[in-house]
Design a protein around this ligand. Sequence first.
Ligand code: AVJ
Length: 323
Amino acid sequence: MGALESKGRTEQNEFAKHVEEGLSAKEKRISSMYLYDDEGSRLFEEIMDLPEYYPTRCELEILKKYKRTILELTCIGTEIYVVDLGAGNGLKTMVLLHYFTGRANFKYVPIDISKSALNDLENNLKLNYADLPFECIHGEYMESLRSMKSRPDVRKLILFLGSTIGNFTFREAMHFLSDLHDALNKDDLVLIGFDIMKDPHIIRSAYNDSKGVTAKFNFNLLVRMNRELGANFDLNNFLFYPMYDPSTGEMKSYLVSKTEQVVYFKALNRSFQFHTWEPIHTECSNKYDVKMIEELAVRTKFEIEENFYDSKKYFLDSLWKVR
Ligand code: AVJ
């Protein structure tokens, strides 16, 4: 029990440290990683069901259509680890795993930073996929992956679905994928979900839904700081502002202070000043075109095996191989 408690405290300290740094910066920001506490993960599931939020449905269409090709390219005959980065509820992945069952010798390895999302996934697996071999890992991606490098006999298929890569800037994505490359062995594969540039209205609506669920998802960050860091944010004093820049593909979300205000953090024993209309940057959801994706692959030493699009070409799952 002591270990669990101290782990909780360490996580809390990291959150506190991150918030202190982010709110001290000239341009206030908090990493989107912290949007996913239990309530945040639940709200994101609600987002995936919204009519405006097209990425999940598009990717589901892709996986249903190309599951066979994906398995063939992953190579039958060897043992496969299907490693799911940020698995969430794992619904989309099940389309692949269901198809792989009986056709390949594989183990499902979901990795997620959200303990509750992993628990839900584990319960779902036990209930509905009793024969599926799996091993859940709670933690950060790269650490967990590096620990698997010592098994070059096992081919890995890394799933990085749902446009999670969009949370990174292009530079950050490059760093992440280089690190990923180095944590893998030759011929390992990565399936990456990219949200593709399209009519900017469609993109903006996906992050500015009519029911206000996405706004609530962002506001939950303030609720979380109030609860976990003893802050006294008044939610009425902020507004949610998402914006898309079609020239760069950057989709950015902000919480904007509507007034001059001071917010006190008990856990930090200090306050932060917010000016009128000063934003906190809460999330990046960047969009790509094929050229950018090709550049990303070349610069991180992967080879593009195949690009799988949905019928509207809104979304792309790109299958990469370690050269
Ligand atoms: C889970 C990061 C892929 O950026 O589209 C959805 C999160 N934020 N609506 C995305 C999100 C607002 C989502 N990702």
